[in-house]
Design a protein around this ligand. Sequence first.
Ligand SMILES: NC(=O)c1ccc[n+]([C@@H]2O[C@H](COP(=O)([O-])OP(=O)(O)OC[C@H]3O[C@@H](n4cnc5c(N)ncnc54)[C@H](O)[C@@H]3O)[C@@H](O)[C@H]2O)c1
Length: 454
Amino acid sequence: MTPQSILQNPEISEKLLVDSEELASQVEDDTIRLTHGEKYLTSQWYTGSGEIAHKKDGRSFEVSATFTLTAEVKVIEGVFQPGNETLANIYNSRGRCVAVIDQTVNELYGEQVRKYFDAHEIPLEIMAFRAWEADKTPETVHKILGFLGKDGCDVSRNEPVLIIGGGVLSDVAGLACSLQHRRTPYIMVGTTVVAAIDAGPSPRTCTNGKQFKNSIGAYHPPVLTLVDRSFFRTLATGHIRNGMAEIIKMAVTDDPVLFELLEKYGPRLIETHFATIDADEKLAEIADEIIYRALFSYMKHEGTNMFETYQDRPHAYGHTWSPRFEPAVKMMHGHAVTTGMAFGATLAVEMNWLKSEDRDRIIALCQSLGLTVYHPVLEDMDIMIEGQKNMRRKRGDGGLWAPVPRGGIGACDYIQEVPPELLETAVAAHKAVCQTLTNQGAGEEMYLSDLGLE
Ligand SMILES: NC(=O)c1ccc[n+]([C@@H]2O[C@H](COP(=O)([O-])OP(=O)(O)OC[C@H]3O[C@@H](n4cnc5c(N)ncnc54)[C@H](O)[C@@H]3O)[C@@H](O)[C@H]2O)c1
C-alpha cells in the first residue's frame, strides 16, 4: 500500500486523524507526515508535538517527538506570609495543596505553612520526611510515592506538588514526582542556599547509588521555583558556607562580576546568613543581587539544556571527580565541589589554560569562606581514576567533558582526556600549592558528621 493510498483510505486515515482540524498531514517524498494537535493538554506547563512519517515501503515508519516545558524562577520575600498571594493563586483553583516538607523545616516553619493555607482556606495535605544525605536512597523515594500515590493523596498528573526543603529533599521528592503518573509537576521552595540557587531549580532529580552520588534519577525540573532567603536565618552556618560552593562555581565559569562580589562580600554574607541576621539594607540588596546573578547564570546554561542533550555544561565544574570521592570520605557536598574546583584550576594551570594568579584567586576565595580546597583523597589514584572512568562512561564516548576555567575567571573550556600521568602530576602540583595554606587547604565543618547529617 502506498502512502497516498493510505491517506485516501477512509478507514485508515480516520484511525490516524484523531482531530482532523488540529492535525496537519502532507505528502512529501512519498512519506506521509502526521502531527498531533495541541488542543487537549494534560497540564498547563507541558506541551509536546510529534510527527509520524510513514515510509513508502509500507513496512516501516519513523516517529519524532518533542516535549516542551515552562519553568519559572522567582526571587520573592515572605513566601508563607499570609499577604503573599503567589502560592494561594496557584492552589486556590485546585481546591487543595499536597506538600512534602523536610522534617527539620517542618519543625521550624510547619506551623507558618499550615497557617498560610488556613488563611487562604485551602486544604493542605502535608507530610514531613527526614532528608539527610544518608536518606538519599530509592527507599525514601518509595516512601514519598506512598504519600503521593493511590494509597495516599492520589495526586493527579496536573496537580503541582509543593516541595519545601533543601537539596536532598528536592532531589528525592522531585524524583518521586517524576515517577508519580510518570510525570507530575511540582513547585519548589528551597530552604537552603544550595536548594535556592542550584538543586531547587535543577532538572536533575535523583538518589545516590551505592558508590556514586546522584547516579539514579530523571530530568524533571520544577514548574516554579520560589527563592526566599529569609529561610537562611535558621540555617546552620556550615550549610550557608556549603551553599557558597555552587555560587563560586558559576562565578568562576561564567560571571566575573559575581566573583568580585563574592571576594568583597562573601565572608560577611556567611556571617549574616545572607543578610538575614544583623545586616543593613545595603547588604540585603547585595545578597539579593548575588542570589539573582547566581541563579541567572546557572539557569542560562541549565535551563537551555534541561535534558542534558548537550555535553558542554559549565555548571559541572568541580563535579567530575567529586561524585566518587565525596561519598568515599563523607564530605559535605559543597566542600567536595570546591576541592574539585580548586584541583581543576591547578589542572588548568598545568595545561597552560589558566594563569597561576587566577588559580590562586579561586583558592583564596574558597579559603576566605572556610571551604575546602585540598583533601588527601585526591592522592588516592584508584578513586580518582575510577571517578574519571565513571564520568566518561556517564558522559558518553565523546570524552570526559570536564569543565575548568580557561583564559581567566568568568570563562571555561572542557578537558576531554586526562591521562593518569597528567592526573598524578596535577595532584602533586595541587598538593604543593595547598601545603602552604591554612590547615593545608582543609575547610571548616567539611564532613557530613560535623553537621550531623551522616
Ligand atoms: N540536583 C542538582 O542539580 C543538585 C545540585 C546541587 C546539590 N544537589 C544535592 O543537594 C544536596 C545538598 O543540599 P543541601 O545543602 O540543601 O542539604 P540538605 O537538604 O541536607 O539540607 C541541609 C540541612 O539543613 C536542614 N534545613 C533545611 N532548610 C533549613 C532551614 N531553613 N533552617 C534550618 N535547617 C534547614 C535540613 O533538614 C538538613 O538537615 C546534596 O545531596 C547534593 O547532591 C543537587
